[in-house]
Ligand binder design. Structure first.
Ligand code: GRF
Length: 217
């Protein structure tokens, strides 16, 4: 992918991962932030960095189909190289995934394939996991099922609560997501036509304590 990678970010809420990407991916060109939540707190930081935020309010569309089509057409017009989902709370429809095949990535707060979906920290605690973490993966038509790019783990202690675990994992998310995006920018991680991770990226991942997917998976 080109050095000046054109990125569109999708958020629904706090936006701390988006903030970390904006701060830590200096070569990324954020074309816009798309949100389904006009009041999302994460929009303020993006706006303060001169990034356009495009709001799509479901209530203003007659049907889910129209709402999705509007988002799809808008994103298409921006011709992004990469779409980063950072706390976007909606499922993207197959037409969207097909249109941007291999160009949509997501960060998820668990060590996938464990705990797809919501409430990951509570479920990890209930299962008495001793290790938990986060995953950056390519988005496909399933719920948190696409090819795993990289993962970061944290230990779970007997004293951990949902809040403390979420904080620990989030700290790793803020390191892992920019690491992946920077490696995509530097072409050490290729997403298309299939996931490829260079030796250099594998070595760098080791230094950070991240686990990356094996080459050519
Ligand atoms: C993060 O935990 C991310 O893994 C998940 O949603 C949360 C978003 O947090 N997909 P933030 O909006 O980036 O602060």
């Amino acid at each position: 992918m080109a050095k000046d990678l054109r990125i569109v970010a999708f958020i629904s809420g706090r936006g701390s991962n988006l903030q970390s990407l904006i701060k830590n991916c200096p070569s990324a060109k954020f074309e816009a932030v798309v949100t389904d939540t006009p009041e999302a707190p994460g929009l303020a930081f993006a706006r303060s960095h001169g990034i356009h935020c495009q709001e799509f309010d479901r209530k203003k569309y007659a049907s889910l189909k129209d709402f999705r089509a509007a988002i799809r057409e808008y994103a298409k017009g921006l011709t992004p190289d990469l779409i980063v989902l950072a706390g976007y709370m909606r499922i993207l429809e197959p037409e969207f995934i097909h249109l941007f095949a291999g160009r949509v990535i997501n960060i998820h707060p668990s060590l996938l394939p464990k705990y797809p979906g919501l409430e990951t920290h509570a479920r990890a605690l209930a299962a008495r996991e001793t290790v938990h973490g986060c995953t950056v993966h390519v988005v496909d038509n399933g719920m948190d099922t696409g090819p795993i790019i990289a993962q970061a783990s944290v230990p779970v202690g007997a004293e951990d609560t949902e809040a403390s675990l979420s904080k620990k994992v989030l700290t790793q998310e803020h390191l892992l997501y920019p690491w992946v995006v920077n490696n995509i920018i530097d072409e050490h991680i290729r997403l298309f036509p299939h996931l490829e991770i260079s030796e250099a990226a594998m070595k760098s991942a080791k230094d950070f304590g991240f686990v990356v997917a094996k080459e050519d998976c």
